[in-house]
Design a protein around this ligand. Sequence first.
Ligand code: FES
Length: 121
Amino acid sequence: MDLTPKTPAELGIDADLLDEASDILQPFEKLVPVKVLDEIKYLPENNSLWRGLQFCGLIDRSVTIDFGRFCLAGTCTHCKGLVQEADMDRRDAMLLCQTIAKAGTHIKKLPDGFRLKKSYA
Ligand code: FES
């Protein structure tokens, strides 16, 4: 996987959609490549994997989330997924709302309440 972060412009993300998404995100300049199941997604740096997946849902509708299941505060534990960061040699159960998106992270199993639509681009 190419771990080079990209700017929203390099990824062709619509400025209006980006503006809309900024309401839910910490400030960022680049997006980092994260493998979600078997697809590469670009998620905003400085933001959690949870918010990054929400971002994907806003930008291209490729992720849907059952929002009512999640607290986003690190307490409900419903967002636990199987994650392997680039510098780890094994996957681990991690809370997506408490784990910052880093280049090369692989989400190997999404928690219930997340659905990834296949992209055919
Ligand atoms: S959403 Fe509740 S712990 Fe992550």
